[in-house]
Design a protein around this ligand. Structure first.
Ligand code: FES
Length: 331
């Protein structure tokens, strides 16, 4: 009996310990099943997406993504501002230093609160812009992140209104609650980037193959037709134009769309997912939302085969003398 009790106690402890490490997985899998979020996603997409599509070629829209100039998404960087400013409000409230010392003007906590609201406007604008180029589960989780953030902004707005009308007690409660909601939204945003790799460079770790590898027979590659091949597990876009061969990673650096399914005009390929454009000659971004260029792979034609190799140099690890003697150059 006591042994059975001991076992069930150990199982309960193990279950509790396991819940400590799995609650976030369960949370995000539940988010994916929420019907109300799906319905909201459809409604918001119906309004925002046509607007984005109409203006997607506008440079200001690309700049809101961060674009080629920043090399990163702007939204995560901007989000530090309201969080930092509202942290200051909470600290002033907790220390009782939220009262104006002189005459006129806003008290310090209200000043930080108002500055946080201004910064939140820019953060929301860039967040919505990034959200329009997300798909599937990322889009639903992104919307949940946005809903929490808007709730946080509303609470901060109410807190500021309470401060300006002299209701310090409610202002402090609203500010602290708003900060908690914003922190939860930040956690969800962190999951999007770190858990789901949203807005990160999808080709950052690609390097191989570290030798020349046959990709496709020369006669099987049509002219002026983007063609996807796979060499040693790496997806490669091949394109031949005016007798010149081009090879880029087929996986779009933005969110993993396949460039070989996109259109090529001149030397520019357009990603079919969200419209990023890359120059086939050097992989550079012609138009975002991508922030990172596409790696270029060297090509050659040998014995009727188009061969490619990775863009990283082969390891220079020292070889035993007799092995080095018998090595052939592969270029
Ligand atoms: S996957 Fe988004 S632009 Fe290519």
């Amino acid at each position: 009996m006591s042994s059975a009790n001991g076992q069930s106690g150990a199982a309960t402890e193990a279950g509790a310990a396991s819940r400590l490490t799995t609650w976030h997985q369960e949370l995000f899998s539940a988010v994916g099943r929420w019907q109300w979020l799906e319905a909201l996603n459809d409604g918001v997409s119906g309004v925002v997406q046509p607007l984005y599509d109409r203006h997607r070629d506008n440079l200001a829209v690309e700049l809101m993504h961060g674009g080629r100039w920043a090399g990163h998404a702007l939204h995560p960087a901007l989000s530090d501002l309201p969080i930092g400013l509202w942290s200051g409000t909470v600290v002033l409230d907790l220390l009782g230093k939220d009262v104006r010392s002189g005459n006129g003007g806003m008290d310090p906590a209200a000043t930080l609160s108002a500055a946080g609201l201004l910064a939140a406007a820019a953060t929301v604008a860039t967040g919505v812009t990034d959200w329009t180029v997300s798909d599937g589960a990322d889009r639903r989780i992104g919307l949940f992140h946005g809903v929490l953030n808007l709730a946080g902004v509303a609470l901060q707005g109410a807190s500021l209104a309470a401060r300006l009308t002299g209701h310090r007690g409610p202002a402090r409660v609203l500010s602290l609650t708003g900060f908690g909601v914003t922190a939860a939204a930040g956690y969800v945003g962190g999951h999007l980037v770190q858990g789901r790799a949203a807005m990160v460079n999808r080709v950052a770790g690609f390097s191989g193959p570290n030798r020349w590898v046959r990709a496709v027979s020369d006669t099987d590659l049509p002219d002026d037709t983007p063609t996807g091949v796979e060499v040693e597990g790496r997806k490669v876009l091949l394109h031949r134009r005016d007798g010149q061969l081009y090879a880029l990673d087929d996986t779009c650096s933005h969110a993993g769309g396949l460039l070989s399914r996109g259109d090529v005009s001149g030397c520019v390929v357009t990603c079919p997912l969200h419209g990023s454009r890359f120059d086939l000659r050097d992989g550079q971004i012609v138009r975002g939302p991508a922030h990172h260029p596409q790696p270029v792979l060297p090509t050659r034609v040998r014995n009727g085969w188009i061969e490619v190799r990775g863009s990283q140099p082969r390891s220079r690890r020292a070889k035993p003398k007799e092995e080095r003697h018998g090595m052939e150059s592969d270029s």
